[in-house]
Ligand binder design. Sequence first.
Ligand SMILES: CC(C)(COP(=O)(O)OP(=O)(O)OC[C@H]1O[C@@H](n2cnc3c(N)ncnc32)[C@H](O)[C@@H]1OP(=O)(O)O)[C@@H](O)C(=O)NCCC(=O)NCCS
Length: 120
Amino acid sequence: MIHGTGVDIVDIGRFRKACSRWGEAIKRKLFTGDELSYCESKKDPELHLAARFAAKEALYKAMGDDTCTGAFRFIDVEVLKAPGGRPFIKAKTLKAGFTVHLSISHDGGYSIAQVILEKK
Ligand SMILES: CC(C)(COP(=O)(O)OP(=O)(O)OC[C@H]1O[C@@H](n2cnc3c(N)ncnc32)[C@H](O)[C@@H]1OP(=O)(O)O)[C@@H](O)C(=O)NCCC(=O)NCCS
């Protein structure tokens, strides 16, 4: 059954400004090494980082109460890629018994992510 859904949209320009204001430290606080490697291999890393930020926010919205084993931290939520490019989420502190479905898109200066959280 569906436990919850979440969607989040990020203005890439605002995200870019925040990254340049706060520097590398903020990226290391929010994103894992594998996420940074993937995004930094792209022509416009902030576009892909913004989508990952949106994905983490969207998961938080989908989770609601009583689904986390501890505090919800962005660094514990990782957006990875399956062969073929489909993104998926690995969330360290999500309780067992849930499956996360993720979709990402970028256009017109915005990155958007949608999460559907399924309870087995
Ligand atoms: C993969 C594809 C759907 C991406 O769509 P797009 O409009 O180019 O780009 P969007 O900005 O909407 O989406 C990009 C995101 O799609 C996701 N994505 C990439 N490959 C994917 C796949 N195979 N399945 C699901 N999502 C995928 C990624 O998360 C990517 O963002 P990221 O690089 O930051 O992780 C597109 O490039 C594609 O291959 N389309 C095939 C269309 C087709 O074959 N049409 C035939 C009609 S007959």
